[in-house]
Design a protein around this ligand. Structure first.
Ligand code: SF4
Length: 106
């Protein structure tokens, strides 16, 4: 029996993933330093984080063919970390808040 791929173990439909997306080639740009890995990249400054996130977002918007599906997945699943669909968690939260307010005003 083959080992399951990590994406197969996560909830939600991720069938839109081909494995060739930019985030697969440069995962660090999309997630950043891992607090559990114990490497010195934990020392990312605010400016370094902004630059890293900007590079990741440029790849999402400029080179990824599944950005909309990715963003929809992240919003549906409430992804809490990383860049998804060209947006940071903070930007996704703002988008959700705007949508909620728009629905309330309908
Ligand atoms: S839009 Fe999603 S799948 Fe595409 S590169 Fe960005 S994070 Fe990866």
């Amino acid at each position: 029996m083959s080992k399951p791929r990590p994406e197969d173990l996560l909830p939600g439909d991720r069938s839109w993933i081909s494995g060739n997306e930019p985030c697969r080639r440069y995962p660090y740009l999309f997630i950043g330093p891992s607090p559990t890995k114990g490497d010195n990249r934990q020392q990312e400054s605010s400016e370094e984080r902004k630059r890293r996130e900007a590079r990741a977002k440029d790849l999402c918007w400029g080179e990824c063919g599944v950005r909309e599906q990715c963003l929809g997945y992240a919003l549906d699943e409430g992804e809490k970390i990383g860049i998804w669909g060209g947006m940071t968690m903070s930007e996704r939260n703002q988008l959700v808040s705007r949508r909620v307010r728009a629905r309330q005003n309908d």
